[in-house]
Design a protein around this ligand. Structure first.
Ligand SMILES: [Zn+2]
Ligand SMILES: [Zn+2]
Length: 399
């Protein structure tokens, strides 16, 4: 609940977009992000949900009106309970005042009998006068400050999941990322204002005030759209006053060696453009690395299971094992056990922060010989004859 949703931004349309514009924008984006067309793509799924939610509000006249006025819409109270302005809002000290009740009632018009009753009871302490004062102050602040509507606002951050293969994660790679972001409108340089001078605010018809009804009560409030001035700057024809336009953008970036799944990279200023000259948000790239058939990352180390034969394990041997640098020689000492681990120093992944390399850990898997022929079977029987020890003898002393 830290940030309020900007449904206009979600649909990439201006605040004064027509109902038809809303419908068209929604259709275009819903087609683009539809889960059926983006199977398994979480980001697309989230976008599809946001777009649907935005359309749900902006596509409905009544809901859109309320959203425009209070910057919020809620059917059954505000999500998360209380007052939407409690965090980061214009310092409201409403305490126990149940704001959602008021809005419900406002929505129900004058017909909300039971609720209105309940509300009146709730306000018996302050009386109607006190209530009006609080309320007009509330809207007054909204109107004057109106940070979400006209003030400069830093652009939001973007998230992107980049999948690379194992070798790219080891050696680093050059990534070219294709993103859709809100970019500063070049016609108005992001101000959103047109060149034709101020126009009369359509919300209050220039009076600077609007009337709100809450059940049987009527209040005159400062117009939230023009901040009570009655005038609005004419909107830039290119971006329809938004100051920004959705644009496909390519971001080229170097993925350094040693990244792994979960690595998060920030590219400053490549998020959505800000409004009114405020800086752009950032682009976050979340790295996902495809698995390799046998190399496994464990921090800066590489782990690998290497099979050896019984004679190699029993007699010792010098064997070659694969590493991320190619082949490396590993000395197997006489009497090596299954599961034993050996360390190849500095054959792991380069860590740019520490400027060191991890190790490669080799785990031994002793493979018994295939006794397909009589000669092998004979030799193994002889071996058994020669070594009559019981490898489980130790166990019997513990049970
Ligand atoms: Zn106005
Ligand atoms: Zn513009």
């Amino acid at each position: 609940m830290a940030q309020r949703k900007d449904y206009y931004e979600t649909l990439g349309i201006a605040r004064d977009a027509s109902a038809d514009d809303v419908r068209k924008a929604y259709r275009r984006l819903a087609r683009k992000y539809h889960p059926d067309l983006n199977p398994g793509d979480k980001a697309a799924e989230e976008k599809f949900k946001s777009v649907s939610e935005a359309n749900d509000i902006l596509g409905d006249d009544k809901k859109r009106k309320m959203y425009d006025q209070v910057g919020y819409y809620s059917e059954g109270g505000f999500p998360g309970g209380g007052n939407p302005y409690a965090q980061g809002g214009p310092g409201m000290g409403f305490g126990g005042f149940d704001f959602s009740d008021f809005l419900n009632q406002q929505q129900a018009g004058s017909g909300g009998g039971r609720r209105r009753q309940a509300n009146h009871e709730g306000f018996s302490g302050g009386g109607a006068g006190g209530f009006r004062d609080i309320f007009s102050q509330f809207f007054g602040q909204q109107g004057r400050g109106a940070p979400q509507q006209s003030g400069p606002e830093k652009g939001s951050d973007l998230e992107y999941t980049l999948t690379i293969d194992f070798w790219q994660s080891i050696k680093g790679t050059q990534a070219r990322i294709n993103i859709s972001r809100q970019d500063t409108c070049t016609t108005c340089n992001g101000t959103g204002t047109g060149s034709s001078g101020p126009i009369t605010c359509p919300e209050c018809n220039g009076s600077g005030n609007v009337t709100q009804t809450a059940g049987a009560m009527r209040f005159t409030l400062g117009c939230p759209r023009c901040g009570g001035t009655g005038k609005l700057q004419s909107a830039c024809p290119t971006c329809k006053g938004e100051g920004r336009l959705p644009r496909m953008d390519f971001v080229e970036t170097r993925i350094p060696p040693g990244v792994s799944t979960g690595t998060r990279m920030r590219i400053a200023g490549k998020g959505n453009a800000g409004t009114g000259g405020a800086p752009a948000g950032d682009l976050y790239i979340n790295i996902r690395v495809d698995e390799h058939p046998f190399f496994e990352r464990e921090g800066d180390n590489i782990e690998i299971i290497v099979p050896i034969t019984v004679p190699e394990a029993a007699l010792g041997a010098k064997i070659e094992v694969p590493t991320i640098d190619g082949r490396a020689l590993l000395k197997i000492p006489m009497g090596t056990q299954n599961g034993q681990k050996f360390r190849l120093r500095e054959k792991g992944v380069y860590n740019a922060r520490k400027e060191t390399r991890g190790d490669q850990i080799v785990q031994i898997a002793v493979q018994p010989p295939k006794a397909n022929d009589e000669r092998t079977r004979q030799l193994l029987r002889e071996l058994a004859e020669l070594h009559q020890e019981d490898p489980r003898a130790e166990m019997w002393t513990k049970v």
